[in-house]
Design a binder for this molecule. Structure first.
Ligand SMILES: NC(=O)C1=CN([C@@H]2O[C@H](COP(=O)(O)OP(=O)(O)OC[C@H]3O[C@@H](n4cnc5c(N)ncnc54)[C@H](OP(=O)(O)O)[C@@H]3O)[C@@H](O)[C@H]2O)C=CC1
Ligand SMILES: Nc1nc(=O)c2c([nH]1)NC[C@@H]1CN(c3ccc(C(=O)N[C@@H](CCC(=O)O)C(=O)O)cc3)C=[N+]21
Length: 292
């Protein structure tokens, strides 16, 4: 039996269509257009591609997109001043500062300068804390996209054994918080984890967010498990994930491909969060009904 290929690209396209409909209704009924501001510092080529793609998809959903490009040597003060202006701008409902930032910038200070209600990446300490304590939050886009795919594939996650490989602030930790909020039994593995393959073999759900090409092998996987590959690794043979897709697909019940899995969900969830931020700013009910 070969595993189901979880089509993140198709799921993301459907989600974007639904969002576009909700944006149109918001315009018709309330005269409001959601706005997303994206801040890019420096010339990192991968970041340029992501930012361009975000801008295009934001507009395609009927929202306003505002791009702010700062030079590589922009100062901390300049960046904080820009965020201050975006925080005060009523046309801007969401603010995303593309990471990584240049080394001379204090990333945590910049992120935490974003108004909590406009923090569509969910990276501020306030939103992290809200997610961890079960209060309404902005949820980081990549883990949110993974959660949507898991709920769609498995239904109720309650009581499932989940292993998250990776403990970064942007993927691993918020992913663990979301799985816990859905009542999975969560293990977070990282570079110091002993006998990683044995830990992974216990899991009904595996989320790989490591940054190591094809590290997770077929013989690490419990037969029938659902495997979500967050990894984006550019190698000589092209873009690959953290999962050895062919090996894992021979054992797993379902697995996401790279490309075409989690990546497109990340951007669709950014649009979803921008719409959510806009609705909350205007006292309207949450559009996605995720209960988060
Ligand atoms: N599809 C998408 O939308 C997105 C994809 N990504 C991709 O996801 C991957 C992870 O990103 P990110 O979380 O930012 O990465 P980080 O580098 O911040 O974190 C990687 C994590 O993996 C752990 N790790 C490293 N080596 C091993 C190992 N041999 N065994 C077990 N754990 C290990 C690290 O452990 P320790 O903490 O001990 O160092 C760390 O916790 C990358 O490929 C990135 O490109 C990221 C964001 C969005
Ligand atoms: N503040 C901030 N928020 C982020 O969410 C953020 C960030 N900074 N910095 C970089 C990472 C990475 N990231 C991706 C987004 C889309 C794809 C994506 O669409 N990937 C396509 C392939 C694209 C390609 O070919 O390169 C896919 O997997 O099918 C991947 C990765 C968001 N990130």
């Amino acid at each position: 039996m070969v595993a189901t290929r979880i089509d993140g690209k198709a799921f993301a396209a459907k989600l974007r269509d639904r969002i576009a409909g909700q944006v149109a209704a918001l315009k018709d009924e309330h005269g409001i257009t959601p706005g997303l501001a994206v801040v890019l510092v420096g010339e990192d080529p991968a970041s340029q591609v992501y930012v361009a793609s975000k801008g295009k998809q934001t507009k395609a959903a009927g929202m306003n997109s505002y791009e702010h490009r700062l030079p590589d040597d922009a100062s901390q003060a300049e960046l904080l001043a820009l965020i201050g202006r975006l925080n005060a701008d009523p046309a801007v409902h969401g603010i995303l500062v593309q990471l990584p930032l240049p080394k001379h910038i204090d990333e945590a200070e910049v992120i935490n300068a974003i108004a909590v209600k406009k923090d569509v990446d969910g990276f501020t300490t306030a939103n992290t804390g809200r997610l961890a304590t079960g209060q309404k939050a902005m949820v980081p886009c990549t883990p949110l996209g993974c959660l949507m795919l898991l709920r769609d594939q498995l239904g109720d996650l309650s009581g499932k054994d989940a292993v998250v490989i990776g403990r970064s602030n942007i993927v691993g930790k918020p992913m663990a918080a979301l799985l816990l909020a859905d009542s999975a039994t969560v293990t977070v593995a990282h570079s110091r984890t002993k006998d990683l393959s044995d830990v992974v073999r216990r899991a009904d759900i595996v989320v790989a967010a490591v940054g190591r090409p094809q590290m997770v092998k077929g013989d690490w996987i419990k037969p029938g498990a659902t495997v979500i590959d967050v990894g984006i690794n550019r190698t000589d043979s092209g873009l690959v994930g953290d999962v050895d897709y062919d090996g894992v697909a021979a054992v797993a019940g379902a697995v996401t491909p790279v490309p075409g899995g989690v990546g497109p969900m990340t951007i669709a969830c950014l649009l979803a969060n921008t719409l959510t931020a806009c609705c909350r700013a205007n006292g309207l009910p949450d559009p996605q009904g995720l209960g988060l």
